[in-house]
Design a protein around this ligand. Structure first.
Ligand code: ADP
Length: 446
């Protein structure tokens, strides 16, 4: 837009210059020709007075030596009759313009015609001189000015485009950087990386606003994480002693329905305990304190134990183990991997109400152990699959009907990532299949 506007202004300036240049040229010629006509008139006074036609012709025929563009020159007597005249060989006959300007000139096509009265010493008009010249230079001047203007315009277009491209690149590079960073932050939730920009324009202001916003989000996240950490610590201590007392009561109480009430209280305490554990894990993940205790263990044993103990509380579903593993081992944090398994199994059961089976499969490749937990439940819409590993994320359909906090998968992902493994979901016709992998021969503890 700016390029276009400057080109328009430049074109108008050029046109004005060309017009004024041409006008200057015309005025110069008018002055020349009028003074020439006056000189010729003065010199012709005796020729008219003495009716010396030859001398008059002589004067006129020599005029083209002074101004070669002269095509006609005529001396008229006081009755307006041609007394002597000159016509350039090959020139058209002179057609006198109907009117002349006050000073005595007129433009007729490409010709300039001027006339000047011949006045004798007694101030009596005794005739007049008419001179016509061809404005042959006019077209040349016009052409050369237009050529120059066009050349300058093209140069201006070139320069403007070059500057526009450079400026555009500078602007769009920074805008793109901003957009990409926003996308990145949106995907990773990492608010620790502000953008450095030394510019002083509007984009710098935008970047500064973005950086300020990032800082504020980070601070508020930190406050929230701190609160979650403190609150779960504070809740854990009284809950542990309540659990202890209730377990004691459960041991000594034999009478129904007291025993049943105590059992229900214990179930709810366990639920609360799980939530607090999750919150504490989240707090550890956020502060980078979730540590792994790496050891070598038999994968089949872990799967078997976890499934057997889990099956006891999941009476409505049959957990079927279909594996291709013999006695393979991995090096990992056994307890944390068990936590991942329990989380995925409990989700598989929780989100497949009315279904009767959950399948667990395991296999080894050259590089990794892969475990699959497959249910036949409500499934997860494709567009939400990328989000379910985020903290506090729950799918729109389930969040209303089935209780949960959206923390389990977030913790699972962190545990698996710390093992340098992968966790992902694959779409099935019915239900969902969660996978996680652990690299073989890993010994590092992060
Ligand atoms: P929670 O189950 O406590 O809500 P999770 O982090 O374990 O938290 O799961 C996040 C969300 O992912 C759940 O709220 C649910 O919407 C969805 N989800 C997880 N596992 C399954 C599954 N097996 N089938 C359907 N949806 C699931």
């Amino acid at each position: 837009m700016q390029v276009f506007t400057s080109l328009l202004v430049l074109s108008i300036v050029f046109i004005v210059f060309i017009i004024s240049d041409i006008n200057n040229y015309k005025q110069r010629r008018v002055r020349n020709i009028l003074s020439l006509a006056q000189i010729v008139g003065n010199n012709s006074i005796p020729t008219l007075q003495f009716q010396d036609n030859e001398a008059a012709k002589q004067i006129l025929s020599e005029l083209h030596n002074v101004i070669p563009e002269i095509v006609h020159a005529t001396i008229l007597d006081k009755n307006n009759k041609a007394f002597a005249s000159y016509t350039k060989p090959g020139a058209d006959s002179l057609v006198m313009p109907a009117t002349l300007a006050e000073e005595g000139f007129a433009f007729a096509g490409r010709k300039l015609v001027a006339e000047s009265p011949i006045v004798d010493n007694g101030n009596q008009a005794i005739g007049k001189v008419v001179i016509a010249i061809e404005l042959s230079e006019l077209e040349q001047i016009r052409q050369s000015k237009y050529k120059l203007a066009t050349l300058l315009l093209f140069m201006a277009i070139g320069f403007s485009l070059l500057i526009a491209i450079l400026v555009q690149r500078y602007i769009s590079r920074r805008l793109l950087l901003l957009v990409n960073r926003m996308k990145e932050v949106n995907e990773t939730g990492d608010y620790n990386d502000p953008i450095t920009d030394n510019g002083k324009d509007e984009i710098s202001t935008l970047i500064k606003v973005y950086n300020d916003m990032l800082l504020r989000i980070k601070e508020s996240q930190q406050r929230k994480d701190e609160f979650i950490g403190i609150a779960s610590h504070e809740l854990k201590t009284p809950l542990t002693s309540i659990k202890g007392y209730v377990e004691l009561l459960n041991l000594i109480e034999e009478k129904q329905p007291n025993k049943q009430y105590i059992q229900k209280t214990l179930d709810n305490i366990k639920k609360l305990e799980r939530l607090i554990k999750d919150l504490l894990d989240v707090s550890k993940i956020q502060s980078g304190q979730l540590e792994l205790n790496m050891q070598e263990f038999n994968v089949n044993d872990l799967l078997h134990e976890t499934i057997v103990s889990f099956q006891m509380i999941a009476s409505g579903h049959k957990i079927i183990k279909e594996d291709a593993l013999a006695n393979e081992t991995v090096i990992a944090d056994r307890q944390r991997i068990e936590q991942v398994l329990i989380n995925l199994l409990s989700n598989a059961i929780k989100y497949s109400p009315g279904e009767s089976r959950v399948i667990v499969r395991s296999r080894m490749t050259d590089k990794e152990l892969i475990i699959q937990i497959r249910d036949f439940g409500i499934g997860i819409p494709k567009e939400e699959q990328a989000s379910i590993f985020e903290r506090f994320y729950r799918t729109k359909d389930t969040s209303i009907h089935i209780s949960g906090f959206g923390l389990g998968l977030y913790i699972c992902r962190d545990i698996i990532n710390r093992h340098e493994g992968r966790i992902w979901i694959e779409t099935e016709d019915r239900g969902s299949a969660f996978y996680f992998s652990l690299p073989l021969k890993t010994n590092g503890n992060k």
